[in-house]
Design a protein around this ligand. Structure first.
Ligand SMILES: [Zn+2]
Length: 113
């Protein structure tokens, strides 16, 4: 499961952050998940809930922010919602979108004590 290995690397990041901050507990982990990142939101949430067990983030609240895909057509310069990377431009029909938003998969914030 793709999401689980991502969750494990997020826990690595959280671990390092908590250690540097001298924290004893992680309260909250905020993660941004783009629509075009290839990660399924529900699966990601489930993977995170499993991955934090027995770690310093055991009791942490997992907050996932979903970012909708947005593209800009490189031919007609119009911006539009992009559900997948191969969608054509709805204005001129060309297959030349530049992704403006939606590929994100990152830790946005870690709240520790
Ligand atoms: Zn276009």
């Amino acid at each position: 499961m793709h999401e689980f290995s991502i969750a494990l690397s997020i826990i690595d990041i959280v671990d390092q952050y908590a250690e540097k901050a001298g924290a004893s507990v992680v309260n909250e982990i905020e993660i941004e998940v783009g629509e075009l990142s290839g990660v399924v939101l529900d699966a990601m949430e489930f993977a995170m809930e499993s991955a934090i067990k027995g770690t310093i983030a055991d009791k942490a609240v997992i907050v996932l922010h979903f970012l909708q895909g947005r593209g800009q057509c490189l031919d007609c310069k119009m911006e539009f919602d992009l559900q997948n990377l191969f969608d054509p431009c709805p204005f001129c029909g060309s297959f030349n979108p530049e992704v403006k938003q939606g590929k994100e998969l990152r830790v946005k914030a870690i709240n520790v004590d």
